[in-house]
Ligand binder design. Sequence first.
Ligand SMILES: Cc1cc2nc3c(=O)[nH]c(=O)nc-3n(C[C@H](O)[C@H](O)[C@H](O)COP(=O)(O)OP(=O)(O)OC[C@H]3O[C@@H](n4cnc5c(N)ncnc54)[C@H](O)[C@@H]3O)c2cc1C
Length: 296
Amino acid sequence: MREISSPSLASRTTLRLGGTAIAELILDGPEDFTALPERLQTLGGTPLVLGAGSNILAQDGQLPLVLVRPNITTGPEIVGRAGDRILVRAGAAVPLPRLLRFCAQHGLTGLEGLAGIPGSVGGAVAMNAGSFGVQTCEKIEFIDVFTQGCINRITVAGLQFGYRTLSLSGKNQDFIVVEATFGLTESTRDGITNLMRHNFFEKKSRQPVTAWSAGCVFKNPAGGFTAGKLLDMAGFRGKKLGGMAFSEVHANFLINEGRGEAEAALTLLREARDAVLSRFGIGLEPEVRIVPCLSL
Ligand SMILES: Cc1cc2nc3c(=O)[nH]c(=O)nc-3n(C[C@H](O)[C@H](O)[C@H](O)COP(=O)(O)OP(=O)(O)OC[C@H]3O[C@@H](n4cnc5c(N)ncnc54)[C@H](O)[C@@H]3O)c2cc1C
């Protein structure tokens, strides 16, 4: 297991915010997972599994966190069939865009809706990332997870997933996604590539995809309006504070304009949440993971 002291959260997250953690533990193989519990116990602090850091708002200062990075880069590769589905395996650290490129090259359909999401396979599974009507976890055949000291294979029937959540059915326990195997069907390469391109350009036209952000900061509430529309109607589109701003392009994207600090980001999120609650009676919940965990 490789270990780095005082790793910066700002340089490991797409929002580029946050102070330093106690340590970062990089897990390169099964033996590193086995050694993890003991090392965590020695270091103290709260473990935070980190993928590509594209859904994280890290607080400022010295943080009582130990970053755990499952650096499993196997695949993507075809590993078999199940009925009409082709099984594609990818390690937790494989970038989602690389998995999508593989699918397009091999004529495998199912994940096109995820085009433009900048996460890792592990993060996409853990968050049940979704877009254009596709949810990552719907396409899972099974995942290998490290939980309670060992790596277990869990089929989709053993998973509970919903809007940006995943848990192991009936178990309230932490887990690290090590690898995921997806069941995809065959289609034409051109059709898949065109749909991915279309989805990507749609995203690019409606979201500030190149700015420093963590994607949508609030979940869309049940009912008619999206969080972006509610924030817009509450006057938060373009609202700025201390180097942070709600995007002019998409009001549910909080942007770090270059010198932002987490304290300003959290203040903006609280103000926005309170304004939407008092004007529309709707309680917005963060989609972005605030670390260390904090309720707004
Ligand atoms: C420009 C932009 C656009 C985005 N668009 C979308 C979108 O359309 N749809 C969408 O759903 N999201 C979107 N996101 C948010 C983000 O990309 C997704 O949530 C993504 O799946 C997070 O993956 P990650 O590897 O970056 O995870 P991280 O941000 O590193 O972690 C996110 C959470 O997953 C956990 N986690 C990460 N890896 C693992 C693992 N191996 N095992 C267990 N837990 C793990 C972390 O502990 C944390 O709680 C967008 C973000 C940006 C910046």
